[in-house]
Design a protein around this ligand. Sequence first.
Ligand SMILES: C[S@@+](CC[C@H](N)C(=O)[O-])C[C@H]1O[C@@H](n2cnc3c(N)ncnc32)[C@H](O)[C@@H]1O
Length: 259
Amino acid sequence: MDLGFGGEVAGFYQRYRRGYPAEVIDALVSAFGLTRDDVVLDLGCGTGQLALPIADRVRAVIGMDPEPDMLAEARRVAADRTNISWMAGADTDVPVVGSLLGKASLGAVTVGQALHWMDHDSLFQSLRPLLRPGGGVAVVTNGSPLWLQDSTWSQALRRYLELWLDSEVAATCGTDEDSQTRYSESLAAAGFTVGRTDFHYEDELDLDRIIGGVYSALPVNLLPPLEQRSYFAKQVGRALEGHAPYHEQIDVIVLTGTR
Ligand SMILES: C[S@@+](CC[C@H](N)C(=O)[O-])C[C@H]1O[C@@H](n2cnc3c(N)ncnc32)[C@H](O)[C@@H]1O
């Protein structure tokens, strides 16, 4: 199924999507006692926002994603890295990875801002036997969508996007509290011990980062056509006039399920 992460969107994703603060990587390492002996599977790796920093701390990372263009971008930025292997695959391919690697072979499985695309109940069940004792699953959010922030610039952005797209843009992409509750209950039902750590920071955006962020989050078929991009950018600028500075509040939630 095409989820719209291909083509130009992969390039925008690589260029504009923020990575994760060092404290988040430290929290993952500490939650699962990750060492240089461990292998980590980063599922829904996109262009490597989590896979790359985790690879600095463990023996090897498998970055897995069903979108070849995302993987191509990840490969390009990680050309000099020798301990990440980029593999095409989805959550439903985890049992195959298990057959390949064997039981208790993984220190952790991380899912950064991608679980909402997956069948999390089946995934957590199928992951458990692949994790070594003390290892686990981490479900990580990376801030709510730019147009769902609690600020006037974000509300203005949302109004303009809804006008442009002629539809509501309300999906929280798994960043909301209801999703955290569902994921926690699902981890517990699969036999994991659940923990949670929250991180918060603020960043100031400019118009280029806001527009790039929007392009990185739209399905490729909804990107403004090339010839309309400068008009789109001008209209976003106009919609946001008077609302600067554009402070973004970023909440990173790390849900852990330890085996
Ligand atoms: C929003 S991006 C997240 C990328 C990166 N992990 C991050 O933290 O920024 C979501 C990714 O999930 C991938 N994805 C979508 N459905 C998936 C599935 N069923 N199994 C694994 N990955 C999936 C998409 O191709 C996309 O690269």
